[in-house]
Design a protein around this ligand. Sequence first.
Ligand code: GLN
Length: 251
Amino acid sequence: MSRIVVGHLFPDYLNIYADRGNMAVLERRAAWRGHELEVRAVNAAEQVRPGEIDLYYVGGGQDREQELIAPALAAMGEPLEEAVAGGAAALAVCGGYQLLGRSYRDQSGDDLPGAGLLPLHTVAGERRMIGDVLLECELERGERRTLAGFENHAGRTILDPGAEPLGRVVAGFGNDGSSGYEGCRAGRVLGTYLHGPLLPRNPWLADWLLAQALAHRSGEAPEPLAPLDDALEADAHEVSSARARTRGGRS
Ligand code: GLN
């Protein structure tokens, strides 16, 4: 039995489409394996505490909320980089994903600073990209998985040359509606536009994050977690994937 500490960045501001539900999934799936998971709110750079937090999480939010917290989140850049260099994992969704990049130019043309943890920048476009999404991912070599979720964003995210996307778009818009890629991965740091909330429909991703968090805690390589009966989760994934598929390919 281990203890896992999750740092939830700006939980009162970035929590659109019940992104907080991702925390409930992590807590339950950890508990079912006998691990205790504590979620701490992180609202200022000094609360980042590299080494103490195993997994950082930041949810989505509209431009207005992003504008309110962007300077404080950008100020966390250095301690977050230190934490990640020490093996901490991170998951960022939509508005939080945009703000983990270098910058976000919002719909009113204002440039919001980012924390610079992911090699990308985002610029808002005219048309919102909305609907169900299906991705194909390979976080571990040879292990192909699908991720199903829902996107709603005006931001177009451009990855730096050579940056690794989280997945390939099977159906939906993804990062910018044209590259064919979605999200970004830098080691144990993942960013994505997928809400859902994301983790209830994609339990394999919740387990991947828990394995990274446990590896940070133990200082050893990530190990697979004991399997769970995921029949309900598999149904949720299937319903969501089917909705995305009927929407067709990229539009
Ligand atoms: N404000 C951002 C956009 O529209 C993010 C929206 C969100 O988090 N759903 O691109």
